[in-house]
Design a protein around this ligand. Structure first.
Ligand code: PPE
Length: 306
């Protein structure tokens, strides 16, 4: 088990503990990130580290949490935690939370604490998924409305909504659930953004539709436009999912995962489509090939390059 960076220093895995009366346990008051370090052909590198850290800081700001570390220190903590683990590739999880202090909902006087953990994480939606695609359903739970919980914050509490969606999907025999906004437009998966392709144009829902502004989403919009595709951010009705030529999820964990059916409607040919493949290839050229036309890779020293 790898050391965990806990409030400023690495501690052994088993010593990174918090009190049961910590605010976060009772009220879900955490914000977090999911970041990947890849083993590329040019050495190990963290994908879009600074953008993830910026989103962590943004999430904390929404909840009035003052992180006692700068962006540079948070970036360095993630690099240090990755390097000490000695893994060529890993998933990095920085978490900021309200700790032990006064009881009650008001978190203002509870300390803001930070840890960074890493672990090995394989293909999020299954090994075959990247090629074969996954079967999904539209969730019966909506994504939280914009005046309930802020979707731009990647907050622990948001994942109560996401886990209801994921449990239902899995218990119903699907890999994932797609959430609609409370007014019925497509929002996102429980842990992924969503892209719809029809007639050669790529659509994704705008950030205002109760979704996390995904860093992979942003990367894929950039890559797709540079490949010459038209990408439009606009409201997507549920039935556009059924009529799509191609659909895919994006996320740090899910990467670019094709969807082959929604509510048992076959999407396109029922397998990964050609535009999805072209986008995946360009994405994998960065994260596996180590080519970095956009400056998205932060090199780390791991055994591979030592
Ligand atoms: N929407 C949600 C709700 C979400 O959780 C994620 C990431 C995304 C979109 C994609 O965002 P980005 O990773 O920046 O492209 N979900 C993370 C957590 C997954 C988990 O099970 O935990 C992730 O992919 O790391």
């Amino acid at each position: 088990m790898y050391d965990i960076w806990f409030n400023g220093k690495l501690v052994p895995h088993d010593e990174a503990k918090i009190h049961v009366l910590s605010h976060v346990i009772h009220y879900g008051s955490s914000v977090f990130e999911g970041v990947r370090c890849y083993k590329t052909q040019r050495g190990s590198a963290i994908f879009r580290l600074n953008e993830h850290t910026q989103r962590l800081v943004d999430s904390a700001k929404i909840y009035r949490m003052e992180i006692p570390y700068s962006i540079d220190e948070l970036n360095a903590a993630q690099v240090e935690t990755t390097e000490q683990a000695g893994l060529d590739a890993c998933y990095i999880r920085p978490v900021v939370y309200r700790g032990f202090g006064p009881m009650g909902v008001n978190p203002i006087n509870n300390p803001v604490e930070v840890f960074v953990a890493v672990w090995e994480w394989g293909k999020y939606l299954g090994a075959e998924a990247l090629e074969q695609g996954v079967d999904v359903q539209v969730a019966s739970w909506s994504r939280m409305a914009p005046n309930t919980l802020p979707a731009l914050a990647k907050a622990g509490g948001n994942y109560l909504n996401a886990s209801l969606v994921k449990m239902d999907a899995v218990l119903n025999g699907y890999t994932e659930g797609i959430m609609l906004s409370t007014d019925g437009f497509v929002a996102e998966g429980s842990g992924e953004n969503l892209f719809v392709i029809r007639g050669g144009t790529i659509f994704t829902a705008p950030v205002g539709f109760s979704l996390l502004p995904g860093i992979t989403r942003d990367a894929i919009i950039t890559i797709a436009r540079d490949l010459g595709y038209k990408v439009e951010e606009r409201a997507i009705p549920r039935e556009a999912l059924y009529l799509a030529d191609e659909l895919f999820f994006t996320g740090t964990a899910a990467e670019v995962t094709p969807i082959r059916s929604v509510d048992k409607h076959k999407i396109g040919s029922g397998a990964r489509g050609p535009i999805t493949k072209a986008i995946q290839d360009a994405f994998f050229d960065i994260i596996e090939g180590g080519n970095d036309p956009y400056g998205w890779l932060t090199p780390v020293r791991t055994p591979q390059v030592a």
